[in-house]
Each structure stands twice: as C-alpha cells, then as structure tokens.
Design a binder for this molecule. Structure first.
Ligand code: ARG
Length: 710
C-alpha cells in the first residue's frame, strides 16, 4: 500500500492521567475513564483507518502517555529524529519508539543528551513540504532546531510558545492542505506572530478564538482535506467548510485531561519534503561567558531570565564552580535566538550584566560615523555605570569618563607613525559629525569587581522594604565610619539634597557635616537653597515654623522675600559676605568653600541668581562636581538624585535616603554592590549621622549660630 497516507497510533491499554506535567493534567489525576478513553480512541482510529493506513505500536505498561505518538519523534522521508523528553515521566517511552522506528527501517537520529525535543508535537511540516515549523519555550529547546535542519535537510522556522496551556506546538498550530494555517495567535510571542504572518498570506490564515483553542481545535489531523478534530465551534466549522474542508468531530475529552487530542494521538509516517528547499535553520547562536559569584549572587539566574524573556534560549556548555567561598565561578553559555535582532538584544543585555562574548569569536567593536551633530548612528551601544572596554584593532582599550546612558566614541591619533586609539563616553547631544561611535554588541565588555570580601562589610539591606529603626541605626553607624575614612584620606563625598532636608529639620545637621569637612560638593535645586536661606532669615521653611511645626502668620511670604533679598545681593555668596545670611547649609558651603550646584526646574520660584536654569549647563555642572566622588549621599530628592546617579560610574558608593520606599528602590537598585537604600525620615537620618560621627570623636557639636532676628 505504498504511496498511501500512513499514521502511527498506540492503543490506550495503559492510558491514564498518572501525573501532572502540563496544566491540563492538574486536577485530573486518575479522573479519566478507561472505558470511555478506549471508545474515543477507537472512534478516532476508525475515522483515520477509513482514510489512511494506520500502524500500531505495542503499548507498554507504566508509560501512560505513550498513546500520544506525535511525541515519538519527527519523521521526514526515511529519517526520524527521536524525541528526548523533557519530563522523566515520559523518558521511558524513548527506547520503545526507537526500537519501533528501527524495525521499520528508518534511520534514527538522536540528539545530544542535553537537548530536549518532543518530536512531531513540537515540529510541524508545512503541508507543501517547504519548511518545518518548530516550537520551543516549554518542552523543546531552541538549540535542537539546528540539528533538525541538518539531519532533515529542511529550513526550520522557530516559533516561541508563551502560553503554558499550549505547551506543544501542535496544541495551537496546525498547517492544513492548500497552504492554510489553523492557529491560535496569542499562544505565540510577537516575533513569532510576525514570522507566521510573513510566511502565510492573510487569506490563508485561520486564527481561532480561545474557546476553540481550549477545545483543542488546532490539534487536528488533516487527511487530504478531511479534518479530524475533538470539537470546533459552529463558526469555525463554517469557516473551514467555506475553504473546502470536511470537518469530522470526534470526541476526545478523556485525552484532553492529559493535554492531548486528535493530532497528539497520531504520528504521520509518510512526510516528504518539497525538493527545492534549502536547509537552513534560522537559529543564530553565540557563546558567552559569565564570571563572578554566580552562586551566591543571582547573576546566573538573571542572565538566564534575560535570555528567555527576550525570546532566546541557552545551553550550558561549561560550568566551573569556584572552590572556595571567595573564588569566583565561570559559566559558558551558548545563547541562541531565531533572528539576528533578537540575538543582539539578548547579547547587549547580557553584556550590560557583565557577560563576555567568548574570546575565539570576539571581533573588533563596530564603529559608525556620526552624520548629523548630536545624533548617534541607529544601533549605537548604550553605556552602563560599569567600567567598559572596547576592542579596536585587536586590542582592548578602556573607556574613559564612564557614565550610564551615554555613547562610546573611539578616537585615533598618530603616535610615531602608529595609530593610537582611545575611547571615551559622551552624550548623544555632544556628538560631532565624523565621530566614530561604537555600535552593536561586538567587541564590548564590561568589567565587574567580583570581590566577595568587600561585600561582607557591605551594608546592604535592600529588599526588606522598610528598614526598622535598629537597622537604620546600624546602617548609619557604617556610613559614619565610611564618611570618616573618606575625610581622613582626603577623598570626596558629594551630597545631593532635596528641600525635605530642611522641612524635616535636617538643615542644621547637614550644615554641621559641611562645616566639619565631610562634604566636598553639594548638589540640589532652587528649593533647598531657598528653604535653607528662609530658615536662616525667618526661622521658617515655606512659612512653617520649624521649631514648632506650625504655620506662621503671613509666613507664606517669607519664601518670596528670601528670594527677593538674595536677588538684591546678586548671589548667595554676596549675601553671606554682606552678613545678611548668618548660618545654615549654604552659609557653611560658602564659608568652607564647598562648591554647590543648583539645577533649575519648571516649578521654581524666583529663581535664585545661583540657580542654573539652562539644564544642559546644570547637567555639566553636576557632572563636574561628581567627578572623582567616593561616595554620594542622596537625601530625599528623586529628581536630582537620579540625575546624579546617571552620571556616576560603578564603584562609587551611593547612599539613598528617602521616606518613600519606591524612591529608594528606584535609586538604590542599580544592580551594583555599592548602592544602599535607607527608608527613613531624612531629618532623623542626618541627626543620627551627626551623632554617630560625634561618637567617633570626629565631630563635636558647636552651638548653632544664633538665628538672625528680622
Ligand atoms: N500528557 C502528555 C504530555 O504532557 C500529552 C502530550 C500531548 N501531545 C502532543 N503532541 N501535544 O506530554
């Protein structure tokens, strides 16, 4: 009966829902009726035998899912790629299927042990034999696809499954005769949907609704235009009939309890390929290396999440575990993705996390010229806070002026007839025509410090949300200690502060820190300066008496009067020198010659003459003052702190204090060891800090300068 359509089925003698390996099986363990299952299976068998030749494989006790012969392997011509099941519950089926295929004279290919692939359940031929649709995401691995392409000599189109209920490709996707495609689009990610739409013209696509999808309408067997299926809605039936199909509904509810229906219960044995096809699997792959405290930190988990979330998959090639607690581990991963674009997205995210492309495949960084000033080439590499190196002419060179959200420019200069290269970070707006900008992902690596010793004295507490008072105290103790160290070695601490510092009564403490030499630069906006000066002049902040916490009659005017007064003198410095301002944060800055920068914003009153309303200039000013900082204390100003954070490279300790946990999380979560978040009242924090420093013997509290009477 050669030339006839042939299928393989397996009688349900030992069929039962014995375990849960897909969402359909949940709540159905031992809930299927053997008798009904047998009837339903026989009905399908008889429909199929009327239209094709059906071969049977002997069922084996203990392997209840063996009825689902679609998962035996993938056949093309006389070749089979044997399945390698994901779940141990089904792995025992493999040898039985293998033996059967060999008996029948097929050439059997077996995937490397690490590669999971579940046969025709996850790989469906275009009915004209032009290419193979292959699913991945739940049961089969993307990395198996290149093997299918190689062994079967066919183009493979990889589709990513994203809905757990449709864990095998054949549960939501069914190529039909005449180039039609019955499928459930939401079961696939965006890219896969795009791929489907590129290959199947609109008039050939038959998308189904969820009601049909969950009755396994896509799990259909098309025998020359007759569609055998569990159940379809009247609408879908009509659609299929209009396209010339005959629909035969045959109830398979007992098998739905195990997550399968008509198509799963059959394996087409006579698949052929259209002769002219070109065997290419469009899977691209690169080897990346991760190094660090992979086990203690969540580095590896994050990398894997990032690969899968972006539509790729991975395989672990090598895993070298660090011997001692302090030593680092190394993992070599093969990252695969269905397109160049996806692969690039994944690789750049991994590089951002500190991964490296393997040295053997490493190329020079791709440089593109700037064509319009202030505009970067399309796929420019976006910088991170981490020290970065780029590969130019075979050499790795360090990138200067590291900051995040910048671009890297490479410059070459002549040095005794040889070109010397250098690289630096800059902003998009500062790019000049002709600048060579690093693009793509090749030839870029970021350097992470992986010292475990350091993190033992690291004062991190993030994740716990709100800090208990005792915890705040411990953190403050450590920060005080660190501040003292920085001061003693002539280092640099920069404070970024919002007006809340003054409202919460932290002004005098901040003034103390400045006076005692713990602060080397102060960054803020118009408001903190106005409030601080108002407090010195009137004892109020935005009209509220700070010692009593109550509004002062007519106090709201204090704010504008303060601004006006400083405007009269021309600058804060002039007002201090004239003896008008006699204390407070800015008074101490002027006295101690601590530089400050006030960045303006749309809501500013005044502004003060010192406030820089040209924001580009203000950003440059901030960047200048942040340069060389060892520690940045961010006190209750999300706006200015984020601004400062963007300019600060990794390695600088960031302390973020805010009463709002969301702000703290946003600021402190830079993925670096050095940031610490403290959820507390900033006034309280500063007062504790000054106390701690006093205890360390470094600060003795001088009496507050008397408030000037006005
Ligand atoms: N219980 C089986 C499993 O989860 C059902 C297999 C259905 N087969 C299919 N080709 N979709 O593996």
């Amino acid at each position: 009966m050669s030339g006839a359509i042939r299928y393989l089925m397996c009688p349900p003698d030992y069929y039962e829902v014995d375990y849960v390996i897909n969402p359909w099986m949940v709540g159905n363990v031992r809930r299927s009726s053997r008798e009904r299952a047998l009837q339903q299976w026989q009905a399908l068998y008889s429909h199929l035998s009327q239209r094709a030749e059906v071969k049977l494989i002997q069922p084996v006790p203990g392997w209840p899912d063996m009825v689902f012969t679609a998962n035996a392997g993938l056949i093309l011509g006389s070749t089979v790629v044997l399945s390698r099941f994901y779940h141990p519950e089904r792995q025992g089926e493999q040898p039985h299927f293998k033996a059967w295929f060999e008996e029948q004279g097929y050439t059997v290919y077996e995937l490397p042990p690490a590669l999971v692939f579940e046969g025709a359940g996850d790989a469906l031929l275009d009915r004209a034999g032009r290419w193979l649709w292959a699913g991945y995401g739940f049961r089969s691995m993307l990395e198996s696809h290149p093997y299918l392409a190689k062994w079967l000599g066919i183009e493979v189109l990889s589709l990513r499954l994203v809905d757990e209920r449709f864990y095998h490709l054949d549960t939501c996707f069914c190529p039909l005769s005449e180039g039609y495609l019955l499928y459930y689009p939401p079961a696939f990610d965006t890219y896969s949907n795009r791929l489907i739409e590129m290959r199947v013209p609109p008039e050939k696509r038959i998308p189904v609704q969820e009601v049909d999808a969950i009755h396994f309408a896509c799990n259909a067997v098309d025998v020359n235009g007759t569609i055998l299926v569990n159940r379809v809605s009247p609408e879908l039936e009509a659609t299929l009939q209009e396209r010339g199909f005959v629909v035969v509904q045959t109830e398979l509810t007992e098998f739905l309890k195990a997550g399968g229906a008509a198509k799963c219960l059959t394996l087409r044995l006579d698949e052929t390929v259209a002769p002219q096809t070109d065997p290419v699997a469009t899977v691209l792959s690169r080897t990346v290396i991760l190094q660090g405290h992979l086990v203690d930190s969540d580095l590896l988990t994050r990398a894997v999440d990032c690969i899968v979330d972006n539509g790729g998959s991975f395989q672990i090639l090598k895993f070298q575990l660090g011997e001692k607690r302090q030593s680092t581990s190394t993992v070599e991963l093969a990252v695969s993705a269905p397109t160049e674009e996806t692969l690039d997205t994944i690789l750049s995210a991994l590089i951002e996390q500190g991964a490296r492309l393997s040295e053997e495949t490493q190329q020079d960084a791709r440089l593109e010229r700037v064509e319009k000033a202030g505009v970067a080439p399309d796929d420019f590499y976006v910088t991170t806070i981490y020290p970065t190196q780029v590969r130019v002419a075979g050499q790795w060179i360090p990138v200067q002026r590291q900051r995040m959200d910048g671009v890297i420019v490479v410059k070459g200069s002549d040095c005794n007839g040889k070109t010397q290269f250098s690289a630096y970070c800059t902003l998009i707006r500062d790019l000049q025509v002709g600048d060579a900008v690093v693009c793509g992902v090749e030839g870029i690596r970021t350097v992470r410090q992986a010292s475990k010793e350091r993190s033992s004295q690291e004062f991190t507490f993030m994740g716990s949300g709100v800090s208990s008072e005792r915890r705040v105290e411990i953190l403050v103790e450590q920060i005080a200690w660190e501040l003292r160290q920085i001061k003693e070695r002539g280092g640099k601490t920069v404070v970024v502060a919002g007006p809340v510092v003054i409202h919460t009564g932290g002004g005098s403490h901040l003034a103390t820190l400045i006076r005692e030499g713990y602060v080397q630069a102060l960054l803020g906006g118009n408001a903190i300066a106005v409030h601080d000066l108002e407090q010195n002049l009137y004892g109020t902040s935005l009209g509220v008496d700070l010692s009593r916490g109550t509004p002062v009659k007519g106090g709201h005017k204090h704010h504008l009067k303060t601004i006006n007064l400083i405007r009269k003198y021309g600058s804060i410095q002039a007002a201090v020198e004239a003896g008008v301002i006699t204390g407070g944060v800015f008074y101490e800055c002027i006295r101690a010659q601590v530089p400050f920068s006030l960045a303006g914003s749309i809501r500013d009153d005044g502004p003060l003459p010192d406030t820089e309303m040209d924001l580009i200039k203000a950003q440059q000013d901030y960047a200048r003052l942040l340069q060389g900082a060892d520690m940045v204390l961010m006190l209750s100003s999300m706006l200015h702190s984020i601004g400062a954070g963007n300019m600060t490279p990794a390695g600088v300790k960031l302390i973020c204090v805010d009463i709002n946990p969301a702000v703290v999380t946003k600021l402190a979560d830079r993925g670096s060891l050095e940031s610490v978040g403290i959820v507390t009242d900033v006034g309280l924090f500063l007062s504790l800090l000054v106390q701690q420093l006093a205890r360390l013997g470094q600060v003795y509290k001088r009496p507050e300068p008397a408030l000037a009477a006005h």
